[in-house]
Design a protein around this ligand. Structure first.
Ligand code: ATP
Ligand code: FE
Length: 356
């Protein structure tokens, strides 16, 4: 099966071709991503209206480039997969309209994909792992522990009750005058910082379960920053690095402890071949990857994390998730709608893992 995937739910316009032949591992034949960072840089965040217009302009270019890079044409495709939510509605609509146009013109089946399923299934694309597995999905808008049972079957063990870590990284960068996206800039600064100089809170660690909270971190950071500015008139490079290191360490420690708990709950279900996976944009963070890898080694479970370019938004994950849905017989019609909200665990089998 060969599937063309389209992604436009936030500020990356992307198209990709993924192929999987019977019994073999899936292969990314091409993956084109056009970021919009410069378009939004003056506004300190993604402007939905600007994003939607840029997606509408760039989508067909991405499709042409993805097909070209794969050395294929539309007639070689078996289906067209597109992110149908969740995300910024204007952008999602741009992608869905483009995919419908391609489907109507070629007669190829249309497959709507949940963006979060794209992230959550990526470890199967990159590492060929089998269902079930425990997944930490950690991104710009989400943070949750999921047991993945099938392409559309997820049980949620817990997650953030407020901000997502990606959001917290982005806000931290903004508060310290570092460039967006904040994750990579904060990670780089943190490397030359002392994580112990500033003591950030570790919210919800005293409570049982795997729920997380990150909104307190930015308040703490703002207070620390303002105090330094009040005392010394401004931030030095070292202050900034130390703040980033302290902030990142708080995220790492919180995720590490909650991941331990999620793993214990998962291992209690006695899966035959336990595998722990991480995906989503924040999974590109090496401190987080190392922390999770260490816990998995302690617990004797296999750990897998996709390469960095498949952690952040891309269309290969959408093509792959579409391929998985296609194989189960799923098809969408031209009445496919764009959804701003679309939780992953709606279809969870209630008897497995306890759910929410
Ligand atoms: P969602 O998938 O929840 O809808 P999104 O698609 O906007 O949100 P992703 O593309 O999956 O999010 O991830 C983007 C986020 O990942 C941004 O917040 C960015 O700062 C963060 N990120 C990227 N690289 C890193 C890194 N090295 N360290 C920490 N965070 C990172
Ligand atoms: Fe994403």
């Amino acid at each position: 099966l060969t599937v063309l995937g389209l992604e436009s739910s936030c500020d990356d316009t992307a198209a990709a071709v993924v192929r999987q032949t019977e019994g073999a591992e899936a292969e990314v034949l091409s993956s084109i991503v056009h970021g919009q960072t410069e378009l939004h840089s003056a506004f300190g965040g993604v402007v939905p209206e600007i994003a939607a217009r840029a997606h509408a302009e760039k989508l067909d270019i991405c499709v042409v480039q993805a097909l070209e890079a794969a050395g294929l044409t539309l007639s070689d495709m078996d289906a067209i997969a597109v992110t149908a939510g969740p995300g910024l509605i204007g952008g999602v609509m741009s992608g869905v309209m483009c995919a419908k146009g391609l489907s109507a013109a070629t007669g190829l089946p249309l497959i709507g994909v949940n963006h979060l399923a794209g992230h959550a299934l990526t470890p199967r694309l990159t590492d060929g792992i089998a269902f079930p597995y425990l997944m930490l999905l950690v991104s710009g808008g989400h943070c949750q522990y999921l047991i993945a049972h099938g392409p559309e079957q997820f049980t949620r063990l817990g997650g953030t009750i407020d901000d997502a870590p990606g959001e917290a990284f982005d806000k931290t960068a903004r508060l310290l005058g570092l460039p967006q996206p904040g994750g990579p800039s904060v990670e780089v600064e943190a490397r030359s910082g002392d994580p112990k100089r500033f003591r950030f809170p570790r919210p919800l660690l005293d409570r049982p379960g795997c729920d997380l909270s990150f909104s307190g971190l930015k308040t703490a950071l703002m207070r620390m920053r303002d105090q330094i500015v009040a005392e010394k008139g401004g931030l030095t490079r070292q202050d900034r690095a130390d703040l980033c290191a302290g902030f990142q360490q708080a995220i790492v420690d919180t995720l590490a402890e909650k991941s331990r708990r999620a793993m214990d709950r998962y291992l209690d279900l006695s899966p035959a071949d336990p595998v722990i996976a991480v995906a989503g944009g924040v999974a590109a963070n090496s401190a987080i990857r190392v922390a999770l890898e260490t816990i998995c080694a302690e617990k004797g479970t296999r750990f897998t994390a996709p390469p960095l370019n498949l952690c952040t938004d891309n269309a290969a994950m959408i093509a792959y998730a579409g391929l998985e849905r296609f194989r189960t017989g799923a098809r969408d019609g031209l009445d496919l709608t764009a959804r701003p909200r679309w939780p992953l665990d709606k279809t969870s089998p209630a008897m497995l893992g306890g759910g929410k």
